[in-house]
Design a protein around this ligand. Structure first.
Ligand code: GRF
Length: 210
């Protein structure tokens, strides 16, 4: 029997699309939830016939109330895994505790460097020679939690924020579905801040996964 996953988005949803299009064996995408009713990704998901929910955070007086409503909305699907894919809300401790070890995020930097926003410009400004992306389990601390997988790309001398972001995004689209497949396949074990993956992935494009 396939396992339910729920994906949370706020915007264009290109990672969500990559996950949907990966047709990961053993999963059922039970719902796509967005805190922005106008999110482009929500429209795309609807067109695919996927169950979508818009839960506008502006309709709630406090963060705690929104988080609780979101939690209830997710819980109705009893998901094995909750996937943050460009979900631009900070989540409260009670939410992250509730979904502990079954809530993952993708961040466009090589964590623990460059948490927060504008990761690509900050990496360029700091003279970094490489950049990348990280899939990690979510904890109450922003962009911090056991790392599942990372992919690396070069930063080239003529790079703008936009072209670096595009280069990293291509990697995001590869490692996120892979990380989900590994989770669902039962290949991940968490020990403190470390995640052991019983499968190691070395790709032709040179990205090293886990
Ligand atoms: C991605 O860069 C992701 O790493 C970050 O937000 C962006 C979302 O892009 N968390 P998309 O909505 O998946 O296209």
């Amino acid at each position: 029997m396939s396992k339910n996953i729920v994906i949370l988005i706020s915007g264009r949803g290109s990672n969500m699309q990559a996950i949907v299009q990966a047709n990961i064996p053993g999963i059922h995408i039970a719902a796509i939830i967005s805190n922005d009713p106008d999110a482009l990704g929500l429209r795309w998901a609807k067109e695919q016939g996927i169950h979508t929910i818009a839960l506008n955070h502006q309709d709630f007086p406090t963060r705690a109330e929104f988080d609780l409503a979101l939690q209830h909305s997710i819980d109705q699907f009893s998901p094995e895994l909750v996937v943050l894919a460009g979900f631009m809300r900070i989540l409260s401790e009670s939410f992250t505790q509730h979904f502990a070890h079954k809530l993952i995020n993708i961040h466009p930097s090589l964590l623990p460097s460059f948490t927060g926003l504008h990761t690509h410009q900050r990496a360029i400004d700091m003279g970094c020679k490489i950049a990348g992306c990280t899939v990690h389990f979510v904890t109450a601390q922003l962009d911090y939690g056991p790392i599942i997988t990372q992919a690396v790309v070069p930063i080239l001398p003529e790079d703008t924020e936009e072209c670096l972001a595009n280069r990293v995004l291509k990697m995001e689209h590869q490692i996120y579905p892979q990380a989900i497949a590994d989770f669902i396949g039962g290949h991940l074990t968490i020990k403190g801040m470390q995640v052991h993956n019983s499968r190691t992935h070395l790709q032709e494009n040179g990205a090293i996964y886990s």
